[in-house]
Design a protein around this ligand. Sequence first.
Ligand code: 2YC
Length: 278
Amino acid sequence: MTRLTDGMVKDIIRSLDSANEMLIALTGMDTVELACDAAGITKDMIDLDGIKVGIVPVTSGKGIITKFSESVAEIVRRLGMEASVTQAADVTGLAEALSAGAEIVFMADDVTFMAINTKNGRFSNNSYCTAAGYVSALKGAAGGLDGKEVLVLGAGRVGAIAARMMTGMGAAVTVYDIDEERARALSESIPVKVAADVNAALIVHDLVLNAAPGAIDGRFVKEGAIISSPGIPFPFDGLGIKRAGTIINDPLDIGVAVMAVQCASFSRLRRQDAAHGT
Ligand code: 2YC
């Protein structure tokens, strides 16, 4: 997953309203509904109100990203939970969150971004939750994925999980990765086709899940395509934006919302229905 920079994070909090409006318009679901769908539950199965959440800044590696923790806290508050960023970072911050009775603790270093359920130790991972959230968004925008052809760009952590999920939903998935070996390796474990050329694959796909870090050449975006594209930097040029019918993108919101709902579901499910997909 591309590492966020201070510049990319600074506008997240102010853009959360429009991000939620965009989701409703494009997928028919608001952030809570989408997060529940991605976590394999429905809203009536869980009460998110007032769940205490601690966000602990982590100084390891490239260090703290300005407003990253506060952005995570704001996204979680909008789900109805009670979120706060700890004063201290790292281990001391974790101790602070636990002493304050946090039921869920969010922490991210440069490799792993997780939400831990302190009641039972189960945890949510940002890569899985981002994949699940963007698959749900694509499913909503496309009116279902069963029997549909979907192109996945990138066979990394998010792309591979998304490809597996959509295959399981009955989609005919084609995967492209700049390292063809990585796409081929994925096709050994799940029934996906491998695309050798990204532009030849793009131009024939109405549905795209973009989990690759690079820019996309707008000339090859199929007219009216629905593109679900997590994270940053935003990979489309003006022509790509014009040719696509729908582009679902945000730097952090959907992934974090799914993490919070999935992690809460580990200890808070109302009805003990088996929550599928977690
Ligand atoms: O501020 C902090 O606590 C930093 N340690 C946070 C580092 C986050 C690094 N990860 C990322 O930027 C990306 C996110 C978009 C989600 C997963 N990796």
